[in-house]
Ligand binder design. Structure first.
Ligand SMILES: [Zn+2]
Ligand SMILES: [Zn+2]
Length: 314
């Protein structure tokens, strides 16, 4: 049997902290963290920000599906799309859901369930009819998803901790590493290890160095990094394509376009993540980046007309 060599990275939500709809964010996108990797037939999803709702609409067309959903951590911008992830409500679908254990001992299952409890949300997680299988994971662990696909976990530097993930197939790798703050005096060894020689590194570039070190309102200790630090890390770890991710909600399109020009000038192969962007790791040496504007991703009206019955009545 010929093994599938498919390895594509789809960006469904690239914004950090809070969703930012509106005319000044249409080009980069306003949905919060959600990245999907389609690797050798596997559907691997990272984080459940509001971008997960949009991905869910696409997945409805492919039911029944089996997917792997990895959470970096449970800050709101990484879990708020989960209650609106419609494929999880359908009994035909199966999702393996992975996350670290929080410092207070709460598993990812516990935290996803907590956000759906009354009076914060009308529909508890038990209403989800999909086969949801939860797994606690730990830094340093390597999971074998089968067909040559592995996922390695690494610790990030973030309040209440977060996990980064490296997906590999046949010597090609893509790393998802948000939210994380760099160190003042050295490059984070955990991250250098996680993204060594990676083709793609999706990294928390929430701020510019200037903002981070701003004397009046410094962002030190907030748990996020800068695009300049992304490139420093990428150089040390020999990453081909560093992708700036988790855009600050106050960064409008014009600002991000200016940043992107600087990023591209400083590091050939680097760019900013945009909602609708797809990176295809075509071969060992080839990478193709295409961009589908969000308007192309809108669901057809028939799909939109369906609703989750229990959601409508509670
Ligand atoms: Zn975040
Ligand atoms: Zn966070």
């Amino acid at each position: 049997m010929v093994q599938s060599t498919e390895f594509a990275v789809h960006f469904w939500g690239v914004r950090g902290s809070v969703a930012t709809p509106g005319p000044s964010t249409v080009r980069y996108g306003g949905n919060t963290s959600c990245v999907e990797m389609r690797v050798a037939g596997k559907r691997i999803i990272f984080d459940g920000g509001t971008g997960l709702r949009v991905l869910g609409q696409q997945l409805l067309k492919e039911t029944p599906i089996e997917g792997h959903l990895f959470f970096s951590h449970s800050h709101w911008d990484h879990i708020q799309g989960f209650p609106f992830f419609r494929p999880a409500f359908m009994s035909a679908n199966r999702f393996h859901i992975y996350g670290g254990v929080a410092p207070n001992g709460a598993s990812m299952q516990q935290r996803l369930s907590d956000q759906m409890l009354h009076p914060n949300f009308p529909v508890p997680m038990q209403v989800m009819q999909g086969d949801l299988q939860f797994h606690d994971v730990f830094p340093g662990q390597v999971l074998d998803l089968g067909d040559g696909v592995t996922v390695e976990m690494g610790l990030l530097n973030h309040p209440n901790t977060a996990l980064g993930y490296r997906v590999s197939l046949n010597g090609r790798s893509a790393v998802y590493a948000t939210d994380t703050e760099h160190y003042a005096d050295h490059v984070d060894e955990n991250l250098v290890h996680l993204c060594r020689d990676a083709d793609v590194l999706i990294y928390d570039a929430c701020y510019t160095d200037e903002e981070y070190h701003d004397e009046i309102s410094s962002r030190r200790g907030w748990g996020h990094s800068t695009w300049q630090e992304a490139l420093r890390l990428a150089k040390v770890a020999k990453v081909k394509h560093p992708i700036m991710f988790h855009h600050d909600p106050d960064h409008e399109d014009e600002f991000l376009e200016a940043v992107e020009m600087d990023v591209k000038a400083a590091y050939p192969g680097a760019c900013l993540a945009r909602e609708g962007m797809v990176i295809n790791l075509v071969g060992k040496e080839d990478t193709e980046i295409v961009y589908h504007p969000p308007s192309e991703l809108e669901p057809d009206t028939e799909m939109e007309a369906q609703s989750i019955p229990s959601m409508a009545t509670k």
